[in-house]
Design a protein around this ligand. Structure first.
Ligand code: TXA
Ligand code: MG
Length: 319
């Protein structure tokens, strides 16, 4: 059931309660509507990908309510801070290396060591984030492949039945997504053109900004927008060799557990939402176990399984 609610103090408290329970709320921002989940809850974030029907796990923007929350999540260079102070709250997203206190879950970051942060200017969005007291992960509130939603009715037509609550804040002010600038390299990189123009940023910083396209240095986990495990992955494994760690799904490899160096099951009950929520954390843990090879059990190719497979295929191809 999807409820569309007008904005008032009660609907915002209700929305925060829904998010706290790990469910989804579509919220207005000044750019486009976002499909929000508690960014610290991987199972809730997995539900975003299910609702959008996204065949892959793109990293999401974590929306925060103030600068102190932002600087708790990530390391801001001097220049990143300067940009944040100038354009926040507003349609600018800053990608920065995660801090040791980062609360945004691995799945929302697609396993990356960086996090995309934005303080929206929309007051409803701000109140919802501060009431929740946690960052809200929110991609644009549309079905995968459709255009972004700029009214609650658009959200409803794409996501009715897939989101618990739509906060109707009327048409969004800008109707175009935020500008994304990354500070994970020595110099800032424009990852996505958006509401704040390149010219505005360049003249404010008094320097030229590179685009992702003309930035040729590919350091794994830096410009590449995907986490690549250090170990080699063997997909659709039906057994485990002695030199392999293993990531199972639904107990398919359990009989080999005694041979394996390290083993986890993405979801013993074959629940794909649970599997998605665990994916990046387990890949990292497997890496940390020191193994050079990871055997991965077959994952179903329907529903969220498609996105999990997509991610694993990219990770195995990056070797
Ligand atoms: O205006 C907006 O930005 C809207 C509202 C809801 O805030 N959100 C939005 O989200 O457009 P989405 O998911 O449609 O686009 C987010 C973009 C993706 O292209 C993703 O690849 C990029 O942000 N992104 C997120 N985290 C990143 C990271 N750590 N490194 C590089 N790119 C990242
Ligand atoms: Mg989008």
């Amino acid at each position: 059931m999807t409820i569309i609610a007008a904005i008032d103090p009660e609907s915002i408290i209700n929305a925060a309660g829904i998010l706290k329970e790990g469910r989804l709320v579509a919220l207005p921002t000044e750019t486009v509507y976002g499909l929000g989940a508690d960014a610290t809850n991987a199972t809730a974030v997995a539900a975003i990908y299910t609702a959008k029907g996204r065949p892959s796990f793109n990293p999401l923007i974590a929306h925060v309510s103030d600068l102190s929350q932002a600087t708790k999540e990530a390391y801001f260079s001097e220049i990143a801070l300067k940009l944040a102070e100038k354009f926040w709250p507003g349609p600018l997203t800053i990608v920065a290396p995660v801090s040791s206190k980062c609360s945004v879950c691995d799945l929302a970051r697609a396993g990356l060591d960086s996090v995309a942060l934005r303080i929206p200017a929309d007051l409803t969005a701000q109140k919802l984030i501060s009431t929740l007291g946690r960052p809200i992960a929110a991609p644009s509130a549309n079905r995968s492949g459709h255009i972004s939603s700029v009214t609650a009715a658009h959200v409803g037509s794409d996501l009715f039945g897939k989101v618990d609550l739509i906060l109707d804040g009327g048409p969004t002010k800008f109707g175009l997504e935020s500008t994304i600038v990354s500070f994970c390299q020595p110099e800032p990189i424009l990852l996505r053109a958006g509401m704040v123009t390149r010219e505005t940023i360049e003249s404010f910083l008094n320097q030229r900004i590179k685009s992702a396209a003309d930035y040729k240095i590919i350091a794994p986990g830096m410009t590449a927008s995907h986490y690549a495990p250090l170990a080699t992955l063997r997909l659709n494994a039906l057994d485990i060799t002695e030199d392999e760690a293993a990531i199972d799904f639904g107990g398919q490899l359990i009989q080999f557990q005694k041979h394996s160096l390290w083993m986890r099951d993405l979801s013993p009950t074959q629940n794909l939402t649970e599997a998605a929520a665990n994916l990046f954390t387990y890949l990292r843990e497997a890496d940390r176990s020191g193994t050079k090879k990871i055997a991965i059990a077959p994952i179903p190719t329907f529903g969220l399984g498609e996105a999990i497979q997509d991610r694993l295929i990219r990770a195995s191809a990056s070797k």
